[in-house]
Design a protein around this ligand. Sequence first.
Ligand code: LLP
Length: 413
Amino acid sequence: MYAFRPSGDELTCDDVALAAIAASVGTPTYVYSAATLRERIAALHAGFGDYPHALHYALKANSNLAVVRVVRAAGGFVDANSGAEIEVALRAGCVPADIVFTGVGKTPAEIDRAVALGVKTINAESAGELERIAAAARRHGTVAPVALRVNPDIASGSHPHISTGLVTHKFGVPITKARAIVREAAAHAELRFVGLHVHIGSQMVGLDPLRRAATAVIGLAQELHDDGISVEHLDLGGGLGIAYDDESVPPLDAYAAALVDIVRPSGLTVVVEPGRAVAGPAGALLASVVDVKPRGDGTWFVVLDAGMSELLRPALYGAYHRIEAVTARDGAPVPCDIVGPICESSDVFGVGRSLPAPTVGLVVAVLDAGAYGSAMSSNYNRHALPAEVMVDGGAWRVVRRRQTVEEQLMCEE
Ligand code: LLP
């Protein structure tokens, strides 16, 4: 069930009034539904059924410790995209075997740490990186489990900024070169080839590109098998979209079942790295109206205290997020652009919207902001990183308090 729903005059998160949270914590504040995180992990598990699989939630979507703990307790593992995300995973209670480590530009220190910890798999991005992983494993007297990320030259059909599967994109190695690279690297005693990895993009609303990518890596796995190299799993990345507006998006269990259909003949374990599909619908950003001014064409600017510094997606991708008042209001809907306070014309959350009787102090919820919301927030214009709240079982608590100016300046001279 969608967490952010009306109850009487109030918009709630799992029946907790968002207005009450805003009144207590202030705005801008992210609110997350623990129940939704659990439900979405459970739906994925259900879709995979008894086919061997592992869910590695992509931490980049939202790595608040409380979010990661809920995901982990629900049976999700993690995909870390940096050394710091590995540390967050460990602090959230993951063990190294729960972690796959991905990333297009792993530093020597990050590789060293991942090898020393013994993470489940390092998804390598190049032949050179495989060499560096082998060298680190040699130094540590260990064998590093690796997968090679391949680039299958398949269009994701989603926004160009979040498409990663064409040869013109920096990710992985061209699939045409992969067989030779794996054969060469597999000669290293310090490397154990456990998988192949592919991730062609994000916010995909159709399953076809995902099916094609899976088919491509299965073909490669077969070729490697013929070469005497047998991988154990296929990591098919993340990428399933969510309905920000009225898009029709396959449900989680249908997505999982579609992947199983393709992979089953290979018998290989499926690994997936969903980020948005787990956390996106589980979060909303609460913001307060700080100004309402006429545009001169009969419509209005409604200015919020949150902008691109708190939620970058609209400015960066032209992304759509529904925006709703958290308390029912009398009065006719006012046609408006809903904008942030940042000194950039791209700092717009919604064009051609309407809000009922917007006045200063009104709190609104920007919906489906649980993924790539807080995670991409910044101190631009010296905005504080927002507070974050977890709603769980009818109660709520602050899981990250709002940053202070002192904390922003702590690292400066
Ligand atoms: N695995 C890898 C290797 C990835 O690069 C990503 C996302 C994921 C998994 C998770 O993908 P998801 O299931 O969330 O689609 N900031 C953008 C999204 C960037 C996605 C980057 N990589 C946005 O706000 O739309």
